[in-house]
Ligand binder design. Structure first.
Ligand SMILES: *[C@@H]1O[C@H](CO)[C@@H](O)[C@H](O)[C@H]1NC(C)=O
Ligand SMILES: *[C@@H]1O[C@H](CO)[C@@H](O)[C@H](O)[C@H]1NC(C)=O
Ligand SMILES: *[C@@H]1O[C@H](CO)[C@@H](O)[C@H](O)[C@H]1NC(C)=O
Ligand SMILES: *[C@@H]1O[C@H](CO)[C@@H](O)[C@H](O)[C@H]1NC(C)=O
Ligand SMILES: *[C@@H]1O[C@H](CO)[C@@H](O)[C@H](O)[C@H]1NC(C)=O
Ligand SMILES: *[C@@H]1O[C@H](CO)[C@@H](O)[C@H](O)[C@H]1NC(C)=O
Ligand SMILES: *[C@@H]1O[C@H](CO)[C@@H](O)[C@H](O)[C@H]1NC(C)=O
Ligand SMILES: *[C@@H]1O[C@H](CO)[C@@H](O)[C@H](O)[C@H]1NC(C)=O
Ligand SMILES: *[C@@H]1O[C@H](CO)[C@@H](O)[C@H](O)[C@H]1NC(C)=O
Ligand SMILES: *[C@@H]1O[C@H](CO)[C@@H](O)[C@H](O)[C@H]1NC(C)=O
Ligand SMILES: *[C@H]1O[C@H](CO)[C@@H](O)[C@H](O)[C@H]1NC(C)=O
Length: 641
């Protein structure tokens, strides 16, 4: 595509250089702002492009970037365990900048980051320090494709690269997220001529895009304006209502389910499994499965056994790194990465290469890498991310018959990023989605979708380090919370009632001062009776699993959050759910739990813990198996032939 315009290309290159400088500068500023000195030095170190591209598939013109980036300029984060800013962090500040290492399949670090592809295509660099780029709106028009066309007719440049399957959608269809949910954040201030048809690729060309009012300057990890406007929702679904909804959906789904276009042997096997699970022998004496933890331990046990005996998963090989097949094992989005890593490992007994034997089809993408790679800073638009996923689906649905057979109902994904629910809502409407952000209000479908635990992995080599905590009698602190106060509407409320040591029994903090190894944070988790898991911007929080990890009874304050493995676990037997509106009564509620009941819950937390642990080699009933089980369980109960 490129070589025809060598002269132009030079210009483009130098412009790009400028642009990159701007980008780099902006990044540095950003990092400085968030006080991440470590990372800055790494910005300039050597570059290793992450892409092992195979042009056969979806990536748009990545090839050419590969070779063209001046190494010195290409921002790259990999060095000090670093990657992009994570909306995370434990240590009482899970939303704090977290430095991750991003692993390639060999376990060594790669540098996804601001993906060249981003630079390339959507050259509409809004973020890049205005000062640099801003001058002449043409500067960012680095778009080679655009240039070609003489930059005068942006619409023309929208032509999909040949390699792309079906790019044809109109812009509105693909941008459900921003437009539907947050008018305020509407990404496209000026629809301009470009916007019409087939131009889904071209974002607004207005390089001088201004920030949306009210958004803080550092939007790297909170790019979606909707989050700022989120407010308490008056319609709250209690845990028992969720259970009711789950039962109801199981029934109605069976009545309404769309039949597959044709029936396969695995369908019949699933039907058989369903029958056996529904008629499971009563068995509540298994020493490994403490009955009170489960909705129905006999059902779970039978279902799990059948899964081990028969489940076969087909994993698509298609898709380019880094969005596909690049598991990230560290940080707060690690669960999607661990799941991917473990299921794609060579010896996974659930995986089959023979798709005709498969009960489930796994779509191996990382919602985290999707964001890192394609999100255009400050664009407040997920459109291109959604489009990427759609292109992928289009690609596999043309190449193979499987997707079309069930409209994706036997396909599943595991995605931990905040945006995953909206990114996958439309095109994966029939698929099973394991989501960390399992929010009833964000389109979570009981009986189909499942809640993926959000785990904060600090050391991927030792995912179990520091596990456990003091016994029930050696927990002097009644309740503990620490976390960035400005994340979401809820924490300020929590802090205003209970912060500042208002009550010495409740240790409710904003961000804890940084200490080596998060000592303070862990210490509190290990020595408090209750660990408060208050939502941030979204309903999910790594604290839920952290509490369990440190033998602390979780107190979940996050309306409409569907807790992990909800299909199977009886959460109210080992955790407390406090409605957001009851924050003023928090202490009263905690004090009303008898010592005996507390000890019982704490013991159960310890017993349920094994379901929330990662093992490099998966073990029976561990997190990997539980995620797979929930997907399996939902598929079994949705099967119709
Ligand atoms: C690219 O994909 C083709 C076909 O898939 C495959 O044969 C080839 O090995 C891949 N190349 C690389 C580098 O992956
Ligand atoms: C980076 O990783 C190294 C090795 O993993 C570790 O020793 C070091 O502490 C990490 N540094 C940071 C900042 O994480
Ligand atoms: C990555 O891992 C591979 C395999 O382990 C190793 O050979 C290679 O040297 C590592 N690369 C880097 C950069 O570490
Ligand atoms: C941008 O264009 C304007 C007008 O074209 C021109 O006056 C100005 O000098 C240019 N600025 C830069 C920076 O080019
Ligand atoms: C493209 O630019 C060339 C050179 O500028 C100009 O001569 C030509 O007219 C332009 N074409 C279009 C379409 O602009
Ligand atoms: C865009 O898609 C919507 C919905 O699909 C369709 O109704 C609309 O007509 C399309 N618009 C354009 C321009 O395609
Ligand atoms: C594109 O828009 C143009 C103008 O809008 C319209 O005439 C044309 O039909 C549209 N084409 C498509 C494909 O929409
Ligand atoms: C940018 O958008 C503004 C507002 O939309 C518009 O006025 C301006 O013309 C656009 N500029 C460019 C370059 O689009
Ligand atoms: C659990 O499920 C089994 C099998 O469906 C059923 O027989 C049993 O009554 C259920 N147990 C409880 C406690 O609901
Ligand atoms: C699946 O359906 C899509 C759209 O309907 C179609 O384009 C595609 O060819 C179908 N795939 C197969 C394998 O038939
Ligand atoms: C750029 O935007 C286009 C269109 O939005 C999108 O398809 C493409 O994926 C984006 N590319 C990048 C890198 O964002």
């Amino acid at each position: 595509m490129r070589p025809e315009f060598p002269g132009l290309w030079k210009v483009v290159e130098s412009r790009r250089l400028l642009w990159l400088m701007g980008l780099t500068f902006a990044l540095i500023v950003t990092f400085q702002y968030i006080e991440l000195p470590n990372t800055i030095s790494s910005l300039f170190s050597s570059t290793k492009l992450p892409f092992s591209r195979n042009s056969s598939s979806l990536t748009r013109d990545s090839q050419h970037h590969k070779s063209n980036l001046a190494p010195a300029m290409a921002p790259s984060y990999p060095q000090k365990n670093a990657s992009l800013v994570d909306d995370s962090g434990g240590g009482g500040d899970d939303e704090e900048v977290e430095v991750d290492k991003i692993f390639d399949n060999n376990g060594n670090a790669t540098a996804p980051t601001v993906s060249p592809s981003q630079v390339k295509e959507n050259a509409t660099a809004p973020t890049v320090s205005p000062s640099q780029v801003k001058e002449n709106a043409t500067a960012p028009a680095v778009l080679p494709s655009q240039v070609k066309e003489n930059a005068t007719s942006p619409a023309a440049s929208a032509k999909p690269p040949a390699a792309l399957p079906l790019v044809k959608e109109n812009a509105t269809a693909t941008a459900p997220v921003a437009s539907a949910k947050s008018p305020a954040s509407l990404p496209i201030p000026n629809p301009s001529p470009v916007k019409d048809n087939a131009t889904s690729h071209v974002e607004d060309k207005n390089s001088t895009k201004t920030d949306v009012p009210g958004v803080s300057p550092v939007v790297r990890f909170v790019p979606d304006v909707k989050k700022y406007s989120k407010t308490p929702d008056s319609r709250v679904m209690s845990i028992s209502e969720m259970s009711k909804q789950l039962r109801r959906n199981r029934i109605t789904h069976n009545r309404l389910a769309k039949k597959p276009k044709w029936v396969t042997k695995p369908d019949l096997e699933l039907l058989q499994a369903k029958y056996e699970i529904e008629n499971a022998p009563i068995d509540d004496k298994d020493p490994l499965l403490y009955a009170p933890l489960y909705r129905n331990v006999s059902t779970f046990k039978r279902s799990y056994e059948l899964m081990e005996k028969m489940l076969k998963v087909y994993v698509y090989k298609e898709g380019d790194k880094p969005i596909m097949h690049s598991p990230i094992l560290r940080g707060i989005y690690a669960s999607e990465g661990w799941f991917m890593k473990l299921i794609e490992s060579n010896n996974n007994k659930f995986v089959t290469k023979d798709a005709s034997k498969a009960h489930l089809f796994y779509l191996p993408f990382s919602s985290r890498m999707l964001e890192v790679t394609l999100y255009v800073q400050d664009s407040h638009s997920h459109r291109n991310l959604v489009q990427y996923l759609k292109d992928y689906i289009d690609f596999i649905s043309v190449k193979y018959p499987f997707w079309n057979r069930t409209s994706g109902a036997d396909h599943f994904l595991a995605a931990c990023h905040d945006w995953a629910p909206s990114e996958t809502r439309n095109h994966f409407a029939k698929s099973i989605r394991a989501l960390c952000n399992s929010d009833v209000k964000e389109g979570f479908v009981f009986g189909k979708d499942t809640s993926l635990p959000e785990t904060f992995v600090r050391d991927p080599k030792k995912p179990l380090s520091n596990i456990g905590g003091k016994s029930a009698s050696q927990r002097p602190t009644l309740a503990f919370f620490a976390g960035k106060p400005d994340h979401g509407y809820l924490r300020p409320i929590l802090l205003s009632y209970w912060g500042n040591n208002k009550d010495p029994d409740l240790k409710i903090f904003g961000k804890l001062p940084r200490t080596k190894g998060n000592k303070n944070y862990l210490q509190f988790m290990k020595t408090s009776k209750y660990c408060i898991c208050a939502k941030g911007f979204e309903v999910n929080s790594p604290r839920v699993v952290e509490a369990i990890f440190y033998d602390c009874v979780p107190v979940i304050i996050s309306d409409n959050f569907v807790p992990p493995f909800f299909e199977v676990l009886n959460w109210e037997s080992f955790a407390l759910f406090v409605a957001e509106k009851d924050i003023p009564n928090l202490k009263k509620i905690l004090m009303s739990v008898s010592e005996r009941r507390y000890r019982q819950m704490q013991m159960r937390v310890k017993r349920v813990q094994k379901h929330f642990l990662w093992h490099v080699q998966p073990e029976k009933y561990d997190m990997f198996h539980m995620i797979l089980h929930s997907v399996w369980f939902n598929r079994v109960f949705q099967i119709s032939v």
